[in-house]
Design a protein around this ligand. Sequence first.
Ligand SMILES: [Zn+2]
Length: 303
Amino acid sequence: MQVLAHKLRYADGQFRGTSGVIATAVLEGPSGIALVDPGPTSDLSSLEADLASGGLSLDDVEALLLTHIHLDHAGATGTIVRRRPGCRVYVHERGARHMASPEKLIASATQIYGDQMGPLWGEFAAVPETNLHVLRGGEQIQAAGHDLEVAYTPGHAQHHVSYFHRASRTAFVGDTGGCRTAVMRTVMPPTPPPDIDVAAWHASVARILEWQPEALFMTHFGPVTAVAAHLGELLDRLEVMQQLARRLLADQGLSEEERESGFVEQLRGIFRQQLSEVELRRLELGVPFGMCWGGLARALRKA
Ligand SMILES: [Zn+2]
């Protein structure tokens, strides 16, 4: 486990055996811990091992703070609640019903991942409604003895929230803050289907900046302290990706497959200017570029 600030650490779920892809923030309190984005069930044993290296256990979990319900962030929630039946689960109101009845979420993910669903994510167990604490944004909550402020931050997902830990001035921003590893000199806005909204994303970044955070914590992967530069770069890259998708959509001579492969290749070209091949592969493991095409193309066609 890595130290983030006083009473804050984070663990690595070793997604598909790779470190630096999915980070789970750990808030330590007097009687237990809270986790921000526990990750998928497939990573749970690695997460447990990393918690154990810090003297902690899943049996200590009092609360799960979900930034959003995508499988790589929230997949293990129901599995943990089964083990910790009193555990509180914080989630935006638009995601809550899918946590209680995940059938639709699982069906749409299965369309994308097919028979890789199990190996990639493991079980997505339903969360009993009594465990769910539904958020809209604007709340003040307490988790494992820590005070947190909640903001509604859509753009990547319409049910995305961020949490601000004022005591350490750390904002837990999920995927609204983009993806950036410790060694990455750049940031990637993940744009999967179905509800990418570039304008909402801009507004969410402005909302996060209102907190004047000294650090951002991203699920992919970990803390960033150059907050304004990071978020500025995130929005610039989002614009570049949207322009690229717009150009490919406007080219009538291309098939849908050619548009997607064109997007993926050109985006790789952009990232190769700043990333090694190893780092690019790690990035694509967390955020497949073809999926980013799907999300942006869908948003542009809807507009
Ligand atoms: Zn994610």
